[in-house]
Design a binder for this molecule. Structure first.
Ligand SMILES: [Zn+2]
Length: 248
């Protein structure tokens, strides 16, 4: 099995088309040389139709997927289905870093407004400033009309929810956006930080607990009045219990 004479990656003994495919797989994120080899040999052994399907899907995604002119999410039609959906509230916009974040928020079924995808976060160390992410496009939705804006965009946005990641870059991005958005007369909120459903206080890290304390929710006031808070439905809590491991 571990024959030292056997190449672990693409090499001179591998036929050129196969070596090319191995190299192509190896360039994908999270694919090491061994996995690249396994995938390439799988394609080689698969029926012609399966290989064709893979090739078509790869080209299709490059040729047909573009960014929605409003929310900047990946879409086949512009504006995208979410921006055109009359059942969604156009006055609330949830700002996320990546298209996959939209899917996550949709899975939670807790938001029925529209989105804005930044395609990244501010990271001065990596040379990523506001021009490198979709900040200008967000500001345009809140005021300055652009030629592509039609009736769909002119609906007044009243609240922007900043749902960037609760890490250094995400927090910096949210703080930067808040500084820009608040003077525009729009309500700006940040998603709450705290303990995951189904977790134990005992095992929470210090920063999470600190945030949870800071963003605590009142249940009653000093006059003895109860304050109702929207608790997640039991089914949703159970679901998130079961799927504690986020899928990539
Ligand atoms: Zn859209």
């Amino acid at each position: 099995m571990n024959d030292p004479a056997r190449p672990t990656g693409a090499s001179a003994v591998t036929a050129i088309p196969l070596a090319r495919l191995i190299e192509a797989f190896h360039r994908l994120p999270g694919i090491g040389p061994k996995s690249a080899q396994r995938l390439a040999y799988h394609v080689l052994r698969a029926p012609q139709s399966e290989a064709q399907e893979l090739a078509d899907a790869l080209l299709d995604v490059k040729q047909r997927i573009r960014l929605c002119g409003l929310c900047q999410n990946l879409t086949e039609t512009d504006p995208c289905g979410v921006c055109l959906d009359p059942a969604r509230d156009p006055s609330i916009v949830c700002v996320v870093e990546e298209p996959l974040d939209v899917l996550a928020v949709e899975r939670a079924a807790a938001f029925r407004g529209r989105y804005h995808v930044l395609h990244g976060h501010l990271s001065p160390m990596d040379g990523i400033g506001p021009e490198q992410i979709k900040v200008q496009e967000l500001l345009a939705r809140l005021g300055a009309p652009s030629p592509s804006d039609t009736a769909a965009a002119s609906a007044l946005i009243e609240e922007v929810i900043l749902a960037t990641n609760p890490n250094l870059e995400g927090e910096a991005t949210a703080a930067y956006l808040a500084r820009l958005l608040v003077p525009l007369g729009v309500r700006v909120s940040r998603i709450a930080h705290g303990l995951p459903i189904g977790s134990d206080v005992e095992y929470a890290d210090e920063r999470t607990l600190h945030q949870a304390m800071e963003h605590r929710v009142p249940l009653g006031d000093a006059d003895g009045n109860r304050i109702s808070v929207s608790a997640p439905p039991a089914a949703a809590a159970e679901e998130s219990d079961r799927s504690a491991q986020p899928t990539p």
